[in-house]
Design a protein around this ligand. Structure first.
Ligand SMILES: *[C@@H]1O[C@H](CO)[C@@H](O)[C@H](O)[C@H]1NC(C)=O
Ligand SMILES: *[C@@H]1O[C@H](CO)[C@@H](O)[C@H](O)[C@H]1NC(C)=O
Ligand SMILES: *[C@@H]1O[C@H](CO)[C@@H](O)[C@H](O)[C@H]1NC(C)=O
Ligand SMILES: *[C@@H]1O[C@H](CO)[C@@H](O)[C@H](O)[C@H]1NC(C)=O
Ligand SMILES: *[C@@H]1O[C@H](CO)[C@@H](O)[C@H](O)[C@H]1NC(C)=O
Length: 183
């Protein structure tokens, strides 16, 4: 009870000090969130990528000059985020990422990625993933570091696998199992 009162007091004091209507409103939202219980959501998403051609969702932005050609490669993604693996699966947004091959010995990406939801249950929210994606492993785990909207204060992890890379039609498919704690 005392802790709750203190928290309320701090929130009220902060609101007074900052004395901006918008910020006070945001704090009220935060205060409401603190009364809610954190919940665990688990769901699966598929990233549909076109890695070459005029409709490519992958762009190479820079490369290193080392003898090992891949080290230093920087790429940008705007992959389709869908509920299923088929081309006809419901699209719920985009997976936008910046990634770099940051190892001389492995095809390991250091990446930051946003799942930008534009449809479905999480429409308007963004889930942010940042971590190491070692492409040599069948299953990779990356941390969820935060988000916006439904994913404010989010934390958790994703487990991802490449399902196929098709060199003929230049498409790739990856599966993402998401486990996220959020309010
Ligand atoms: C790119 O997408 C457009 C629109 O969907 C389509 O008409 C075109 O054939 C595609 N181009 C390639 C190379 O797949
Ligand atoms: C990479 O570029 C740097 C700076 O221009 C140069 O000193 C170095 O020799 C280059 N390395 C290779 C492997 O070309
Ligand atoms: C998603 O949210 C945007 C912005 O609030 C809204 O314009 C759009 O209609 C929504 N889309 C769906 C499919 O609900
Ligand atoms: C995702 O979850 C499904 C169902 O539990 C499982 O079959 C699949 O192997 C998981 N994928 C990854 C990359 O962990
Ligand atoms: C490309 O090939 C894969 C099979 O490897 C298939 O599932 C996918 O639908 C194809 N995509 C296009 C756009 O033809």
């Amino acid at each position: 009870m005392a802790a709750l009162f203190q928290t309320k007091l701090i929130v009220v004091l902060l609101a007074l000090v900052l004395s901006s209507a918008t910020i006070a409103q945001e704090l009220e939202v935060d205060e409401l969130l603190s009364l809610r219980r954190e919940k665990l959501a688990r769901f699966r998403l598929y990233l549909h990528e076109i890695f070459d051609g005029s409709n490519a969702t992958l762009a190479y932005a820079a490369h290193g000059n080392a003898t090992n050609l891949v080290f230093g490669t920087v790429s940008v993604l705007n992959d389709i985020l869908a509920l299923g693996p088929e081309a006809s699966s419901k699209v719920v947004g985009r997976a936008q990422a910046l990634s770099a091959i940051a190892s001389q010995t492995e095809s390991a990406l250091t990446m930051i990625m946003n799942f930008v939801f534009t449809d479905g249950k999480f429409n308007g929210s963004v889930l942010t993933i940042a971590g190491r994606n070692n492409l040599n492993l069948k299953v990779r785990e990356l941390p969820i570091v935060g988000g916006t909207g439904a994913f404010r204060y989010a934390r958790g992890y994703v487990r991802t696998s490449t399902i196929f890379i098709n060199q003929i039609n230049k498409t790739a498919l990856a599966e993402y199992n998401v486990s996220v704690l959020h309010y």
